[in-house]
Design a protein around this ligand. Sequence first.
Ligand code: PGA
Length: 253
Amino acid sequence: MPNSERVKIIAGNWKMNKTIQEAIDFIHQLTPLIRDAEAKVFLAVPYTAIHACSEAANDTSIVIGAQNMHEAEEGAFTGEISAKMIKEAGATFVILGHSERRQFFHETNALINKKIKLAIKHHLSPILCIGETLDEREKSMTEQVLAVQLRECLEGIQESEAASLIIAYEPIWAIGTGKTATPEMAQATHAFCRHFLKERFGEKISSQMILQYGGSVKPESAAALLTQKDIDGALVGGASLNADTFARIVNDH
Ligand code: PGA
């Protein structure tokens, strides 16, 4: 499937930002700005704002999701949030395995794999984040690292389940640093990921899967990245916090 047939998905990842009121105000500001957008717009909002955001986004094309969830259905896990809870609150997708979760909360590929399976069971589309450190890139280990992440995180996932899966390639050295991979570098890595997915799920499914790029995506860098053959969208952190800036990324490509 040529790139032009895959609808682009631009997802904002707000991380630990915005109160409920700030989130609602953002959606009201963003809605008219993206009225003519060809890309789909996802917002991964804090747990506390999922319900209010899904109501505020009800008559819009904006899709609301969560940034994480626990790997168990329910139980004695003080402070944790389940798949069923985020779903009921209005989330339709969930970011899993973000590098900040891997780094600060010690999430492993095996744990992320459990979360992916549970998300799929609850009909939540996972956005699986993968990416290498600067050290790994400099040692030419990028493909090796990504192959391990993809293999272990997708262990046991069936072909029929893979279609709802989004992969976000986010080089860790580009997250929040202002350093973006060059479009050529990002395309080469995306092509590697798509090839891996082709071997894993077959030509048809892999050609339909959405592969997002993430890491310091800004209005200035978005268009060159988003016109690459295997880049089907972006996962945007810092630049998704301002409605005007985010709308430029959604519209300008
Ligand atoms: P950034 O974050 O755009 O601020 O680099 C991206 C992400 O962490 O998803």
